[in-house]
Design a protein around this ligand. Structure first.
Ligand SMILES: NC(=O)c1ccc[n+]([C@@H]2O[C@H](COP(=O)([O-])OP(=O)(O)OC[C@H]3O[C@@H](n4cnc5c(N)ncnc54)[C@H](O)[C@@H]3O)[C@@H](O)[C@H]2O)c1
Length: 268
């Protein structure tokens, strides 16, 4: 449960982000900041969050603009006095913008849009929110939207590149955020589902694959190292059909693998 937590969900004006924002409210969050460039969708999600029992507020923001990201985090701090769970969910794909997605047809404009929203904004947002997360006494967590496209190749070059980047950025930020380990309390979970999508999150989406090739001795070593041990557990739970989002007792920077019909390594 997310009792008394403050969440911020990017791209929550519709889709998976909306589902996560509402689910956070259902799980007892005190407040949820609904960040989106789409005011109508964002306000509708904020209303749904309020219906679900939390203080939902729409925070307008174009994630391509660093100054707007800084201002959005500031607005959340002023409204709620802190931040505990950051969900970097917003994402776009080039096929939404053009029929010419091949790498040698893609324009710089479209490359930059997908890269900035999917990857650079994850870094900018987490950087802006890090002081609030670091001072949170309530299991601070960061969840990043990955994709199978970050693991296997699809005919969407910049989407694949950006999601592969999200996975690596997630791992790197997890190392930098490890210092909160001693401050963090009990295990907490949130769940989100939407239509046929079956998104589930682990700290490292490719961990299940990695795990299959690891010896018991290597696994034991990994379990002893900050975030990795929790990632193994999250991966195991996810594979057994468990919850899609895990906010673990350790400092969490989590990537999401959304398996909406797609599989990796035969897993779903
Ligand atoms: N839907 C899937 O099957 C699927 C599969 C794999 C991964 N994902 C990932 O999950 C995440 C959510 O996917 P979805 O299908 O719910 O997306 P969606 O397209 O339904 O919603 C994306 C939201 O992001 C917002 N947004 C777009 N550009 C923005 C900007 N510049 N600033 C602020 N907000 C902006 C949109 O207004 C929208 O509300 C994405 O990161 C996506 O890549 C989705």
């Amino acid at each position: 449960m997310l009792a008394d937590r403050i969440g911020l969900v990017t791209g929550a004006g519709q889709g998976i982000g909306r589902a996560i924002a509402v689910e956070m409210a259902r799980q007892g969050a005190r407040g949820v900041a609904v960040l989106d460039i789409d005011a109508e969708g964002g306000q509708a999600t904020a209303a749904l969050v309020r219906e679900a029992g939390a203080d939902g507020v729409f925070v307008p923001c174009d994630l391509r603009d660093g100054a707007q990201i800084t201002a959005a985090v500031q607005a959340v701090a002023e409204r709620f006095g802190g931040l505990d769970v950051l969900v970097n969910n917003a994402g776009v794909i080039e096929s939404m913008m053009t029929g010419h997605c091949a790498f040698d047809e893609l324009t710089e404009e479209i490359w930059d849009a997908v890269y900035e929203i999917n990857l650079k904004a994850v870094w900018r947002m987490t950087k802006a929110a890090a002081p609030l997360l670091r001072s949170s006494p309530r299991t601070p967590a960061v969840l990043n939207a990955g994709s199978t496209a970050g693991l296997v190749g699809y005919a969407h070059p910049v989407y694949c590149a950006s999601k592969g980047g999200v996975i690596q950025l997630t791992k790197a930020m997890a190392i930098d955020l490890r210092d909160q380990i001693e401050q963090i309390g009990a295990s907490e979970r949130i769940a989100a589902r939407e239509n046929q999508l079956r998104p589930w999150l682990t700290k490292f989406p490719n961990l299940a694959q990695e795990r299959n090739s690891l010896t018991e001795a290597e696994l034991k070593w990994i379990r002893g190292r900050h975030c990795f041990g929790a990632a193994v557990a999250a991966s195991q739970r996810a594979r057994s059909g468990g919850f899609p989002v895990n906010v673990d007792r350790r400092p969490s920077v989590i990537s999401r693998r959304v398996a909406g019909g797609g599989t990796v390594n035969g897993e779903r």
